[in-house]
Design a binder for this molecule. Structure first.
Ligand SMILES: Cc1cc2nc3c(=O)[nH]c(=O)nc-3n(C[C@H](O)[C@H](O)[C@H](O)COP(=O)(O)OP(=O)(O)OC[C@H]3O[C@@H](n4cnc5c(N)ncnc54)[C@H](O)[C@@H]3O)c2cc1C
Ligand code: SF4
Length: 282
């Protein structure tokens, strides 16, 4: 239940070394965006760029493979993509856009598809949703102070990653790191009441959890997502195993989802007891 509805779940990796070099994990998101663009399934992609190399994510519409690759990699700060939809869609005048979003942002787009108001007509241009797995995000201030405490400058950081209970700067499993328990409290407060770990409303949800290093777990949720994924496999762009055949596998994904739900319920109950506002659906 915690994983929502899906067609299949796999552990996958790109076969394109150039994409892999720039990507966060298995290079699934960048590979599928580039493939969809080249096959004219989409005419642009809303991604989170890092134009000033300072790790402030900026919503950008990528219309070339190079622009998609330039925006690859995870920024652990909210990218204001929803705010930007109207502006970027207006500017680019594109009608068939894929978007890479956090689970909360995927919910916004799906709701706006159903109840078009204000940004609704612009949201209609978003035709394919890539959701990332997401436990928490941090403010940019918190991340830059963290880097400073570790004696580095964000301008010098090439990569950030969360793995093995640590937040890493620079590399996957070495480099500067800080235990996650030491930075607990620096997360965005809204994340404390969020129950969606695996982008329940995306066409394809992608993350690290469940897969071995250098692979991504892909939860293929819709027919549209399945057709895109299968087609990229058919042309040899992606390779994959069933999630049942890899370690740590599906159980870790379920544990992460359940943990997030449990923590959110606890915080929601606490806020209710304190008389604070909590969204009605809770
Ligand atoms: C904020 C955030 C939190 C995450 N938390 C987890 C987690 O707890 N557990 C887990 O297993 N996986 C998590 N992930 C997913 C993981 O880090 C990778 O994004 C995922 O495995 C895809 O890898 P890839 O190699 O296919 O991505 P790539 O091919 O490198 O593509 C990554 C895409 O994500 C976009 N992007 C980067 N940052 C953001 C952002 N802040 N908002 C929206 N889009 C963005 C990029 O523009 C790019 O298009 C998180 C990702 C993000 C963005
Ligand atoms: S934890 Fe939830 S609210 Fe926070 S960024 Fe991730 S999806 Fe959004």
């Amino acid at each position: 239940m915690v994983l929502g509805s899906y067609k299949k779940i796999v552990s996958a990796k790109t076969t394109n070394n150039e994409i892999f070099k720039y990507a966060q994990d298995g290079g699934i998101i960048s590979s599928l965006l580039i493939y969809a663009l080249e096959e004219r399934m989409i005419d642009g992609a809303l991604v989170a760029g890092n134009p000033d190399n300072d790790w402030v994510p900026v919503p950008e519409i990528a219309t070339t493979p190079d622009e998609i690759l330039a925006a690859a990699g995870t920024k652990y700060t909210m990218c204001p993509s929803i705010n930007a939809i109207k502006e970027v869609v207006n500017e680019c005048n594109l009608k068939n856009i894929a978007a890479v979003l956090t689970p909360c942002q995927c919910q916004v787009v799906r709701k706006a598809h159903k109840y078009p108001m204000s940004i609704g007509s612009f949201v209609e241009s978003i035709s394919l949703l890539f959701g990332v797995f997401c436990m928490r995000t941090f403010s940019h201030k918190a991340i830059s102070e963290l880097a400073e405490d570790l004696g580095t400058d964000l301008q010098d950081v090439e990569r950030m990653n969360i793995a093995h209970g640590h937040f890493y700067f620079n590399s996957w499993d070495e480099g500067l790191k800080v235990p996650l328990k030491d930075i607990h409290g620096l997360e965005q407060p809204g994340c404390d009441v969020c129950k969606d770990y695996s982008s329940l409303f995306a066409d394809l949800a992608i993350g690290t959890a469940g897969s071995p290093p250098s692979y991504s777990t892909v939860v293929i949720r819709t027919q549209k997502g399945l057709e895109l994924f299968d087609s990229a496999v058919e042309v040899g762009l992606l390779e994959y195993d069933s999630i049942e055949d890899v370690t740590p596998g599906l159980s870790l994904l379920e544990i992460r989802g359940e943990t997030k739900e449990h923590q959110a319920n606890r915080e929601i109950n606490k806020r209710k007891e304190e008389g604070m506002f909590v969204p009605i659906r809770f």
